[in-house]
Design a binder for this molecule. Structure first.
Ligand code: PLP
Length: 458
């Protein structure tokens, strides 16, 4: 094992070198992948030096999400104290289902959940768990809401169509989860948004009333704190009012930007969160921990238990249910995803997490200021969002992003809203500074100057 730790350390040095020297790895076409790197698995193992050499090749060609040129997705960067926690979780290798096999690790998860509940403004009866990602957190919310409406469904299955509501700008996992849970994709009502991508609560109520008059059973509303494309925040307070009137479960999907609970400056964006029934947040997005660290909390502790516990005498042999976390989990064996957030939180404090969140908004403002000052750019996103959406010189966003990637210049993605296609630059890496943001634009402009690209027709 000690040899492997030494090798690991050597490989990390290699990775750090690559991140600096070649921040956007040269992409390998899929048709070439197995020719360029020997990924084969064979009857006999390989010699140590071949093994090491192969790993270095894999590292060299793997996209560098912690580099200063990565703006592609809703995660990025590497915060040492969080990575340390995740490495420790691998070394300790506990499973979170019982206190007997996880010991203080259980206390760590419970502490993280307790503090998140407090920051969300949730009551003392709140609890939560960690799921393998925001999509699964949303699924847990959906299941709790389904069972909350009708407790016989767990045993008998659905007997009558149930309908749920989410905005047209929300994450695709809502519809996918409707399919997975037997609710059905066709029972998902897409609520219209305003020009900023925020759900229209008036339209929400219209859709609910229509379903009720058709004899259907509305049960669940998903509001989003940070929509995937524009980073918009739904008006939780207004939506909650509709939910209370019709007795519907309100979930707030904060996978992307729920981290604003840590910020005194930006907490107003989730005004009314304390009125929701459940809330999810991905620490691997705004809080900068490694993938994945997805938290789901609810004000209905009993419902979490009712929906997810199954008796298993072979497993739960000691300690109270409160410390046997398998009783409230989607999974059986489960790695400790809370530890990486805990090590970060412990070391920098709540104030440190606030700085991490605020920095991302600051960097986004710098990017928007730059775009607004330069007339070759068109801005499509809004204030208070860390998704900066824009076009440059009317060039096709798809084509420009692809060319930047294929030429190892920048990793950035594109999106669409209201029939506009644009580049979506995400300033989620809190380790970046103003110069890195300005460098992004300079790289893009120099690239366009030296390459011929099609002007978009949209
Ligand atoms: C990223 C995201 C999800 C999905 O989270 P995963 O961890 O990728 O499964 C859900 N909702 C929103 C709003 C997101 O941005």
């Amino acid at each position: 094992m000690h040899n492997d730790i030494a090798l690991f350390s050597e490989l990390c040095d290699e990775l750090f070198k690559e991140e600096t020297n070649q921040p956007v790895a040269k992409p390998i076409p899929t048709s070439e992948l197995y020719n360029q790197i020997d990924l084969s698995l064979n009857q006999n193992g390989v010699m140590d030096d071949v093994f090491k050499d192969t790993l270095k090749k894999v590292i060299k060609s793997t996209p560098k999400t912690a580099s200063k040129s990565f703006f592609n997705q809703l995660f990025g960067g590497r915060i040492g104290k969080a990575t340390l926690g995740d490495l420790l979780a691998v070394m300790l290798n506990n499973s979170m289902y019982t206190y007997k096999v996880a010991g203080p690790q259980v206390g760590i998860e419970k502490q993280v959940l307790k503090n998140i509940c407090e920051l969300a403004g949730y009551s003392k009866d709140s609890d939560g768990t960690l799921a393998p990602g925001g999509s699964m957190s949303n699924m847990m919310a959906l299941i709790m809401a389904r069972d909350f409406k009708n407790e016989t469904i767990r045993a008998e299955g659905l007997s009558k169509p149930m309908t749920l509501y989410t905005s047209e700008a929300s994450h695709y996992s809502i519809a996918k989860n409707a399919a997975l849970t037997g609710i059905g994709k066709n029972q998902v009502r897409l609520v219209n948004t305003n020009s900023k991508g925020e759900m229209l609560s008036k339209h929400l109520e219209e859709l609910i009333l229509q379903d009720i008059s058709n004899g259907l059973q509305p049960f669940f509303v998903n509001a989003t704190a940070g929509t995937t494309v524009l980073g918009a925040f739904d008006d939780i307070k207004a939506i909650s009012k509709v939910c209370k009137t019709h007795n519907l479960w309100l979930h707030v999907d904060g996978a992307y930007c729920g981290g604003v609970i840590f910020s005194k400056t930006y907490k107003h964006l989730i005004h009314g969160l304390e009125l929701s029934d459940s809330f999810s947040v991905n620490a691997h997005k705004m809080l900068g921990t490694p993938l994945s660290c997805s938290i789901i909390v609810t004000q209905h502790k009993d419902q979490l238990h009712h929906s997810f516990s199954n008796e298993a005498d072979y497993l739960y042999q000691t300690d109270g249910d409160d410390f046997n976390l398998g009783k409230t989990s989607l999974q059986c064996g489960r790695r400790n995803d809370a530890l990486k957030l805990w090590t970060l939180w412990k070391s920098v404090g709540t104030n440190g997490l606030e700085k991490i969140v605020d920095k991302q908004f600051e960097m986004a403002q710098i990017a928007r200021d730059y775009i607004n000052k330069h007339k070759d750019y068109t801005l499509y996103s809004f204030d208070n969002s860390i998704s900066v959406c824009f076009n440059y010189k009317g060039i096709s966003a798809n084509e420009l992003c692809t060319a930047l990637y294929e030429n190892s210049e920048l990793m950035v993605g594109f999106g669409t809203f209201n029939n506009n296609e644009f580049i979506r630059m995400v300033t989620i890496n809190s380790l970046l500074d103003k110069n890195d943001i300005l460098n992004f634009f300079e790289t893009l402009e120099t690239f366009v100057l030296t390459h011929s690209l099609k002007v978009s027709t949209t």
